[in-house]
Write a new protein. Structure first.
Length: 202
């Protein structure tokens, strides 16, 4: 009576195929990482798209002492447009009238209402501002504050120019669209190759 003998498993896959699988895995990981990075960049551009170009974000550079100690002249404030504002909100608004008409100011809402007009005041001031603001005057509520040194203010001002954002948005959109089209074409070629292979073996 002969006993059954099971031979140990062997690997018949050629080394070249193993290396190809490794490269394919690395390629897939690289694609996922790059696509994730592009999506993050696209989301950042959308999130910070300036109001001057149809977005909801306004970035202002703080100057003066009216908001100390909350804000100093080294701060940059990111404000976002909201449908509703309330007393206590730190807001960026355009001066509605007077010599400074149209200029951006960041002060706190300390009174008033949407109906009667908002009353604002700097945290470092005892007197309120000499105007009543409508919601149309309010550009947005302060969402983020970043402190930067004076040496970076010029660079930041240049980066925040509408033309720079327009170019950045166009570049990111182009790159994302190009990668999508390449991925779509690669999937189509792979599917066609698979169909051709099946047809040849049929």
């Amino acid at each position: 009576m002969h006993g059954r003998h099971d031979s140990p498993p062997t690997t018949d896959q050629p080394l070249a195929d193993i290396e190809s699988d490794v490269m394919s895995t690395r390629h897939a990981v690289w694609h996922v990482a790059m696509n994730s990075l592009l999506l993050v960049l696209l989301g950042l551009v959308i999130q910070l798209w300036p109001a001057s170009l149809g977005g909801r974000t306004t970035i202002v550079f703080v100057s003066g002492t009216s908001m100390q100690p909350t804000l100093t002249s080294e701060d940059v404030v990111v404000a976002r447009e909201h449908a509703v504002y309330a007393v206590g909100d730190l807001v960026v608004f355009r001066v509605p009238e007077g010599e400074a008409s149209g200029e951006y100011i960041i002060h706190r809402i300390v009174g008033g209402s949407e109906t009667t007009g908002w009353v604002t005041r700097g945290d470092n001031r005892t007197a309120v501002d000499p105007w009543f603001l409508s919601d149309r005057d309010v550009v947005g509520r302060a969402e983020r504050t970043v402190a930067i040194g004076p040496e970076l203010r010029t660079a930041f001002r240049w980066v925040l120019e509408p033309v720079v954002w327009s170019i950045a948005g166009a570049v990111v959109t182009y790159v994302v669209a190009l990668r999508y089209l390449r991925e779509r074409d690669a999937v189509a070629r792979e599917a066609q190759s698979s169909r051709n292979s099946k047809d040849s073996t049929a």
